[in-house]
Design a binder for this molecule. Structure first.
Ligand SMILES: Cc1ncc(COP(=O)(O)O)c(C=O)c1O
Length: 338
């Protein structure tokens, strides 16, 4: 924690071992702070490894952070769905023992060749014969097709497993797994066929949230210090609603109201319509935790308009919502008292 504290440029050290959204807000960080919950990602990985009736790959695109890759690997995720040469190189460097599967159905021939010859990739997805030709050409040696490509029958149901967001509470994951299992068993395919899935979101949505500061209020509009060009890309561009909680010293018993957010850049698109439910007395200087940003949130950050990525701090409290049944009772409201 001391390391994080120095990085935040804050004057007083937080007590060692106490790390939660509320503790970080007490330090009054000027920049948005990404709160990382390794225990939540571990729990998600264990769930898939133990309960999915086949092999679970991790779709690296959802969050390519090396710390996350390492902790998924430690929980037993051995196969990684990579979609670009950049992801191939990242996984090769971070997890030298991992098996990479190049799952983008449209690949550059040069990328296939480099993945195969330099990084040992042997599994490539395709959905057209053109792509098969490309893979065979790119992996051939002296005009001879490669003989070590992974040609076992695999039924890969892909990603797309849900996470939980306001207004989008999905059925339990076990229900998805049961349907997939029953359907797979009924397919007229070889007994040796394998069942795979490649979740991104479900493995890492709960891994991170972001603590933002309110810079200005204008009626039901809050100007916050992160936005469409930061971790809230999906909130702005596809109207995704994330869970939010006011994190402040004095309790707020004021009833909630619906807000929209503006991000920090001077850009029309930096607007998140929400609605985000927060107490009616939110003021500039307040902190808000925006949850479930571990997937397609932190990974989408840019430095547009001079705003930086900000600090990352490991916290031990529970995520704001969970598919894995582990949200602390104190976090079920939209107010967290310091
Ligand atoms: C080929 C492929 N696999 C897996 C995923 C992960 O999807 P999700 O994060 O919805 O699980 C994606 C997402 O775009 C994808 O394109």
């Amino acid at each position: 924690m001391h390391k994080h504290h120095r990085a935040l440029g804050l004057a007083t050290a937080p007590p060692v071992g106490v790390s939660s959204a509320a503790e970080i807000a007490k330090l009054r960080p000027v920049q948005p702070v990404t709160l990382l919950r390794p225990h939540a990602a571990r729990r998600a990985a264990r769930f898939f490894i133990e309960k999915f009736p086949g092999r679970s790959l991790y779709a690296v695109k959802a969050n390519p952070s090396p710390e996350l890759l390492e902790l998924l690997w430690a929980e037993g995720v051995t196969h990684y769905d990579v979609a670009s040469l950049g992801e191939v190189k990242l996984v090769a460097e971070t997890l030298p023992g991992a098996t990479m599967c190049f799952m983008h159905p449209v690949k550059a021939e040069e990328a296939i060749g480099e993945a195969y010859f330099t990084h040992g990739v042997r599994t490539f997805s395709l959905d057209t014969l053109d792509e098969l030709d490309k893979i065979l050409r790119a992996t051939a040696t002296g005009g001879e097709p490669a003989t070590d490509l992974n040609l076992v029958d695999i039924v890969d149901v892909g990603g797309g497993f849900p996470s939980t967001y306001p207004g989008m509470e999905p059925p339990p994951l076990e229900t998805y797994f049961d349907v997939i299992h029953r359907t797979f068993e009924a397919l007229p395919i070889s007994y040796s066929a394998e069942l795979w899935c490649e979740p991104g979101r479900a493995l890492c949505a709960e891994y991170a949230s972001v603590l933002v500061r309110v810079e200005k209020r204008r009626g039901a509009e809050l100007y916050i210090n992160d936005g469409a060009y930061g971790a809230l890309f999906d909130a702005a561009h596809i109207g995704w609603r994330y869970p939010v909680a006011l994190v402040r010293e004095e309790d707020s018993s004021v009833r909630p109201m619906a807000y929209s957010f503006y991000g920090p850049t001077c850009d029309d698109l930096d607007h998140m319509a929400g609605p985000f439910e927060l107490p009616a007395d939110v003021q500039p200087g307040d902190y808000i935790e925006v949850g479930m940003l571990g997937a397609y949130g932190c990974a989408m950050r840019t430095v547009f308009n001079g705003f930086t990525v900000g600090e990352r701090v490991i916290v031990e409290d529970e995520p704001m919502a969970s598919l894995y049944g582990a949200v602390a009772a104190t976090r079920r409201s939209n107010v967290v008292k310091l």
